[in-house]
Design a protein around this ligand. Structure first.
Ligand code: SAM
Length: 422
């Protein structure tokens, strides 16, 4: 459902040196065997900042060796398995008592793992979200390729790569399939240059996808991207954020960074799962799925995170200065209860995402909620047992919210609008 009417979908484009690389050339990265190689690209200012961050935290970014795992814990089933062909090992990762690995850069900022199992889950989740939101990578009404695109908190980079290059899309549901140059046939947005940022450098550098690059960066820090050639501030035409509801203590900080680094007329877009499940006639009430998410949300609230933040995106975008704000809420079924085959398949994806991913993505949150390791394992086991019950007819809302940075003349018009007499 649209909250406002679209009044102006045009974008303004200034001069820029399109063909030059945006950031410094790729450096070395440690990639698991079987993966197209990756590169660590970052601009000089960031590089300096990161070096300082690494040496302060002692995380040894780029050292090439992964921290050894604690041996005292019970090894979860998902960890010792072979990485798939699309797994990238982040060298400065750190491990916790769940046996999963997490980002080492800015250690402790984010609570979901970054290892092989999580990377597979993210790619599965990408396929799930694509299905749930009508198969579109972008919903904002852009009438031509946005020149500079930022994918904040890009994860495995699967969205960014596909936005840059359509040839990669067929791999979205074939997990672990290695991409070859012959797969890259058609450019989705040949006029775009996409930058994906993340705390974990778990994205591939695909030499055949020239218009996409990745940077290890903290989106909450000042954005320091520079236009090629001129060195002037790089202004984005489209900023994309997906599944970031677990990421930021205050989403407005990132919204402001985006606003300050966008061209007037450019679009920002969110796509996020809403983890308060519903059902057709309330039959999910009292279910394990509901209990699991309530405990998860409670845990995250203990550290000041509102896990239902997608419902506030519209308001916050407006506060930050965006206009033309649209909100669409899709439904993602859980398990195979729908009768429509496509929805059934979506339900299967959602079920695997939840039950297989739960141990990794909820371990810390359940701990914040006060559960010890045994209580966590029990709740997750209960979830795995119960979540597939089709009689519950559960679905999760998926929020898609997009908004436009106003043109200068709109801001001026607004400023000079006669105020009603009081
Ligand atoms: C759930 S994943 C979503 C990945 C991707 N957007 C997608 O939809 O496939 C969230 C990602 O946000 C990243 N992240 C969390 N906090 C961040 C921050 N402050 N700056 C940059 N990335 C961050 C995490 O490392 C993780 O890869």
């Amino acid at each position: 459902m649209d909250s406002t009417t679209n009044t102006d979908a045009s974008t303004q484009h200034g001069d820029s040196a399109k063909d030059a690389p945006l950031l410094s050339p790729p450096g070395a990265a440690t990639i698991a065997p079987g993966r197209p190689d990756g590169g660590d690209v970052r601009d000089r200012e960031r590089s300096n900042r990161h070096s300082m961050a690494s040496s302060t935290s002692g995380s040894g970014s780029g050292s090439g060796s992964i921290h050894s795992q604690p041996t005292s814990i019970l090894m979860p089933a998902e960890v010792p398995r072979e990485p798939t062909g699309s797994t990238i090992v982040e060298p400065d990762s750190v491990f916790d008592d769940s046996g999963r690995s997490f980002h080492g850069y800015k250690e402790g900022k984010y609570f979901l793992p970054n290892d092989a199992a999580e990377q597979d889950r993210l790619d599965l989740q990408h396929a799930m979200l694509m299905m749930a939101t009508g198969g579109k990578l972008a919903h904002a009404p852009m009438d031509h390729d946005p020149e500079y695109v930022m994918d904040v908190a890009t994860g495995t980079g699967i969205w960014a790569i596909q936005f840059a290059n359509n040839g990669t899309r067929k791999h979205s549901i074939e997990l672990g399939v290695r991409l070859t140059p012959s797969d890259v046939t058609a450019q989705e947005h040949p006029g775009s240059h996409v930058i994906g940022t993340d705390l974990s450098k778990i994205q591939p550098a695909l030499p055949m996808v020239q218009n996409c690059e990745f940077v290890k960066d903290d989106a909450e820090e000042e954005w320091l991207y520079r236009a090629p050639g001129t060195g002037a501030q790089l202004l984005f035409d489209y900023v994309h954020l997906r599944m970031v509801f677990t990421c930021f203590p205050d989403n407005r900080v990132v919204m402001r960074h985006a606003f300050d680094n966008m061209r007037p007329g450019g679009w920002i877009e969110y796509c996020d799962l809403y983890i308060d499940p519903s059902s057709r006639d309330g039959r999910h009430e009292g279910s394990t799925v509901q209990k699991f998410w309530a405990t998860f949300r409670h845990g995250m609230s203990k550290i000041g995170r509102d896990m239902l933040c997608p419902r506030n995106y519209k308001t916050w975008l407006s506060e930050v200065g965006f206009t033309d704000i649209h909100e669409q809420i899709f439904r993602c079924p859980l398990a195979e209860w729908p009768t429509d085959p496509a929805q059934q398949r979506l339900g299967q994806y959602a079920l695997v995402n939840l039950t297989e991913g739960a141990r990794g993505f909820s371990w810390k949150a359940l701990g914040f909620a006060g559960l010890d390791a045994e209580a966590k394992e029990n709740l997750i086991a209960e979830l795995r047992h119960d979540a597939g019950d089709p009689s519950l007819a559960i679905y999760h809302p998926v929020y898609v919210v997009y908004a436009r940075k106003p043109h200068d003349w709109e801001v001026e018009e607004e400023r000079t609008q006669p105020q009603p007499e009081t």
